[in-house]
Design a binder for this molecule. Structure first.
Ligand code: 13P
Ligand code: SF4
Length: 305
């Protein structure tokens, strides 16, 4: 048996499901039961009837799956090297401090945060629904974090005062993209549409043809009349798009905005680690009950919108 057959056998024996984010390496996406953006994976985690969830992504995503499935075993194939640096930029202390300074503001935080931060939020959001979540509150002031660029994206789609926390919160992968990158690639491919993730710089958001979540990019590329796209997000997004285009029997040209936009944490999941994880049922995500209870309320508020 090769490694893929061994993983499939273990998965069936344990009634496990493999979830993989759009930024996972191609070989992981190919063996996953569900591939998606962070919102789609939240929903898949909520709806699964598997006993074991193997989460191929970064720490905050596996924690979200655990919060929504506290009675199930949620495993991540690599525990140390899968931290999302942006999620760690918003520890609970910063939220508590910001709440003290802005007592009338509601707290909306990106799912790219740890469960301990989510437990202090009124709602979570993803890049696919951030504006809808913010606009669902009656209050005029929203504390929003950790990504300042997603905060800009929301501020353009809402009349509310968006108060960023922390100042300078960012994703190092999306921060790589510059206007010069966009100009250079556009010059080479003048007919291609430029799709940009909202974690990118506001100037890029303003020049892009579309600003969208990774899930939004999948729908757009599959359904658009256009046949060439410049992909302004992490490089393996192109692997996801290729898989979906192949399934749909379509062929389109996909150009990365930068070939070095790689999220290192996402690449620390391997087939070997997935096999080991299923065999040994490690590494299990463990969270405090109170944190689970409070974080779930914030996530469920988002899912109800
Ligand atoms: P999506 O919500 O678009 O999947 O993005 C998650 C992420 O980590 C982007 O860097
Ligand atoms: Fe975190 Fe950025 Fe990687 Fe997304 S791409 S998981 S925000 S470091």
């Amino acid at each position: 048996m090769d490694i893929i057959e061994r993983i499939t056998k273990l998965k069936n024996e344990k009634n496990a499901v493999i979830l993989a984010h759009n930024y996972q390496p191609e070989e992981i996406q190919k063996i996953a039961d569900i591939i998606g953006d962070s919102l789609e994976l939240c929903i898949a985690a909520r709806d699964t009837d598997a006993d074991v969830i193997v989460f191929c992504g970064v720490d905050f995503m596996a924690e979200t799956a655990k919060v929504l499935n506290s009675g199930k075993k949620v495993l991540i194939p690599e525990i140390i090297e899968t931290d999302c640096p942006m999620a760690h930029q918003l520890p609970p202390e910063i939220i508590l401090e910001a709440k003290k300074k802005n007592p009338d503001a509601k707290v909306v935080i990106y799912v790219n945060t740890l469960a301990s931060a989510k437990a202090l939020a009124d709602a979570t959001c993803t890049s696919a629904n951030a504006d809808k979540v913010v606009n669902s509150f009656e209050e005029d002031e929203i504390l929003f974090g950790p990504d300042n660029n997603l905060g800009y994206f929301v501020s353009k789609r809402s009349n509310k005062k968006i108060i960023p926390m922390p100042e300078g919160g960012h994703c190092y992968v999306h921060k790589m993209f510059t206007l010069d990158d966009a100009k250079a690639v556009k010059e080479k491919y003048p007919n291609a549409e430029l799709l940009i993730h909202p974690e990118s710089d506001p100037k890029l958001q303003e020049t892009a043809d579309y600003v969208m979540s990774t899930g939004g990019m999948v729908k757009h590329v599959l359904n658009s009349e256009c046949s060439e796209f410049i992909i302004g997000t992490e490089c393996d997004m192109i692997s996801r798009l290729k898989i979906e285009l192949e399934k749909a029997g379509k062929s389109k040209k996909l150009i990365p905005l930068r070939t070095d936009a790689i999220c290192k944490s996402m690449k620390n999941i391997t087939l070997e680690k997935i096999e080991k994880c299923l065999l040994e049922e490690k590494h299990e995500i463990m969270l405090d009950e109170k944190i689970i209870e409070n974080a779930r309320k914030a996530i469920e508020r988002m899912l109800s919108i």
